[in-house]
Design a protein. Structure first.
Length: 259
């Protein structure tokens, strides 16, 4: 079995693959000060819960946008699994050419998402990832990563309103009864959620126009993807495990290369 690990700014997501099937997944909050032993004990508990063990995991692959946590994660892999984890970064084969001015500046999660989206949905494809930031990535029909855009995440925008405006409360991120709301809470929900939908649909429209794409797939992933998908006119599919699938694809590509 393969353990895939996606380290984001807000959460770390783990997935276990048996051959090509994602059989279980877990999520924990990202703590930059977490130790290898704390990670190991968390994984032990989760593996036992799913009737698995450290010995069932034959390899690991990691994607990270949080450099401070990497030492603990790699040390955990060595101590508890006896493995040297594969890490997405320079020297790792992805099959996708990155046309950024400086390819090293592209977050590993964006590369992994792009690989998975192209392999699963074809190209051209736009990936919208609702994470700490909302990111937009464009991949053409040649499986070339063209670039993208980064906007404040929905939760960041919501928290900013609560923290900076003295009379505005912290609200649940949910669809309000109407766009023109009748209460402060629903007014905030309307602005935050409908504003996010407007941003997504407008950005995709601009991507289409700039690239001259008539037929392009738009795939969303991340925690709030289903909520935005329900209102968006541009998002065509939601894929909650796009990043984990991308890690599995990249792992297979590199293991095949080694053989």
């Amino acid at each position: 079995m393969l353990l895939t690990i996606d380290i984001g700014n807000t959460n770390i997501v783990f997935g276990v693959y048996r051959n090509d099937e994602l059989i279980t997944n877990w999520r924990m909050s990202t703590d930059r000060n977490i130790t290898a032993d704390e990670l190991g004990m968390f994984l032990r508990q989760m593996l036992v819960y799913d009737k698995l063990s450290f010995e069932d995991i034959k390899d690991l692959i990691i994607s990270s946008v949080v450099p401070p946590i990497m030492y603990a994660m790699q040390h955990m892999a060595q101590k508890y699994f006896g493995k040297e984890a594969m890490v997405v970064g320079p020297g790792i084969k992805t099959g996708m050419k990155v046309l950024y001015d400086n390819p090293k500046q592209v977050g590993a999660d964006r590369i992994v998402n792009g690989v998975a989206a192209f392999k699963k949905y074809g190209g051209p494809v736009v990936v919208v990832d609702f994470g700490t930031a909302t990111t937009f990535c464009a991949i053409n029909e040649k499986m070339e990563y063209l670039g993208g855009a980064i906007a404040p995440g929905i939760k960041i925008s919501s928290e900013a309103l609560f923290e900076k405006a003295a009379k505005l409360p912290r609200v649940e991120l949910a669809i309000p009864r109407s766009v023109i709301a009748k209460s402060t809470t629903e007014s905030m929900q309307s602005g935050i959620i409908n504003g996010a939908v407007g941003t997504v649909d407008h950005m995709v429209t601009l991507f289409r126009k700039e690239m001259g794409w008539e037929d392009v797939k738009v795939v969303a992933t991340g925690g709030l993807s289903s909520l935005i998908f329900s209102l968006s006119t541009e998002i065509q599919a939601v894929d909650k495990f796009l990043t984990l699938d991308g890690l599995k694809i990249i792992y297979d590509l590199n293991r095949l290369k080694e053989k």
